[in-house]
Design a protein around this ligand. Structure first.
Ligand code: NAD
Length: 379
């Protein structure tokens, strides 16, 4: 079975989908690995690094797509690329299947099995394949480092002969995987950290990291079975904004990470809340790629609003691309190996399996994913 890895074409993201160590492990299982020339370059891996562990380097990305039985990649493909894929092959990548209707339909029409990394179910067996978590973790870290760089203050308290510097105040909004890592990182750097999430269950986690959980009574919020937040009503969002505005006015850094699975990110920071912040303070909108938590934030741009720096840079895990690639590559490897037969040297596809049932979007010419089918029905 040929596993192909095309070169990524996103210029703002230095991550690569598969690192040589994972290629080595797949080759040992009898897989034939084809790598498009230059695939690892952005992150410092050369063609020779891949050749050394048994991959074959392909000059033509188009031929690689045409010949591979499984394609492993990071970003979603273009419509044109889907047309080049081999009939009956498997394509694994981020896909944004709730919104990318045209791509999903193109996969079905091309009779390609599309696996969406966002849809790996959150069950214990699949934790090692959970790319949303592995990347959010590094994204949370990178957001704090980026904010610290943009801030004209130091983060820790310092007592010196010339006087005392008080710690910077950091407010984290949304305490999932990214938010927890952002809290831990800001704490390690010595900041005074506060955090808020609509799921009250996370208060204990926030406090265990030495940060303060901001209490805002929103009434019933709850969470889904998978541990994701539910969408709030407009009244609840307004209560949240009022509660957060006071904390924001005192914060030097605000990092927003709020997401609602399968929907656009909630707009929770309005222009007047940004205006309430001190001159020189910094906001990092980590949800900018899914619509943004902050009014006015723009993807891949940094803008100044009344003296507040509003950072909307995307692909934050790509700022620590070696570690992010290592983790994503391990997620892909674990997914493939879970269904790999060393005897037959092939991926044994089983749509009844709980993991594949969750993340396979199209198969045998049809849209087969229950969640996406339901979302389309209710749209
Ligand atoms: P996410 O990326 O979907 O959302 C980030 C955070 O935003 C969440 O904590 C969510 O509650 C919060 N949020 C949503 N709307 C908000 C609003 N209006 N204001 C403030 N915050 C808001 O979530 P995630 O990081 O993927 O994780 C969600 C939960 O799932 C976490 O508790 C995490 O620990 C858990 N988890 C479980 C597994 C597993 O395998 N069981 C794996 C990964 C994560």
């Amino acid at each position: 079975m040929i596993i192909g890895v095309p070169k990524e074409s996103n210029p703002t993201d230095r991550r690569v989908p598969l690192i040589p160590d994972s290629v080595n492990k797949l080759v040992k299982q009898g897989a034939e690995i084809h790598i498009e020339t230059g695939m690892g370059e952005a992150c410092g891996f050369t063609d020779q690094d891949y050749e050394k562990v048994g991959a074959s380097i392909q000059r033509s990305g188009h031929n690689l797509l045409k010949q591979s039985d499984i394609i492993l990649r990071l970003h979603k493909p273009s419509l044109k690329e889907i047309k080049s894929l081999k009939t009956g092959s498997i394509h694994v990548s981020y896909l944004d299947p709730f919104n990318e209707h045209e791509l999903v339909d193109a996969f079905a029409a091309a009779n390609v099995t599309a696996i969406s990394m966002e849809m790996i179910p959150r069950i214990t067996r699949a934790q090692k394949m959970d790319a949303l978590s592995s990347q959010a973790n590094l994204g949370g870290y990178a957001a704090v480092i980026l904010a610290a760089d943009r801030l004209d203050l130091s983060l820790p308290m310092m007592m010196t002969a010339a006087g005392t510097i008080s710690p910077a105040r950091v407010f984290i909004i949304g305490v999932g995987v990214a938010g927890l890592q952002a809290i831990a990182t800001a704490k390690r750097l010595g900041a005074r950290v506060e955090a808020f999430d609509t799921r009250p269950v996370v208060a204990e986690q926030v406090e265990s990291l030495g940060a303060k959980f901001v209490q805002i009574d929103l009434g019933d919020t709850g969470e889904t079975e998978g541990g994701y937040a539910k969408q709030l009503t407009e009244e609840q969002l307004e209560l949240q904004r009022l509660g957060m505005k006071k904390v924001m006015a005192q914060s030097d850094i605000v990092i927003t990470t709020a997401q609602v699975f399968g929907r656009a990110a909630p707009r929770i920071v309005t222009a007047d809340m940004v205006e309430a912040m001190k001159t020189g303070s910094v906001i990092i909108d980590m949800a900018v790629e899914t619509g943004g938590n902050v009014e006015g934030s723009k993807l891949d741009e940094e803008i100044e609003v009344n003296g507040v720096r509003l950072v909307g840079l995307g692909a934050l895990p790509g700022r620590v691309c070696k570690h992010a690639s290592q983790m994503y590559s391990a997620n892909l490897l674990n997914l493939v190996l879970d269904f790999w037969s060393a005897e037959n040297k092939s991926f044994e596809f089983d749509l009844a399996d709980e993991i594949l049932k969750g993340c396979v979007i199209t198969h045998a010419g049809e849209l087969v994913n229950d969640m996406i089918l339901n979302a389309r029905k209710n749209a």
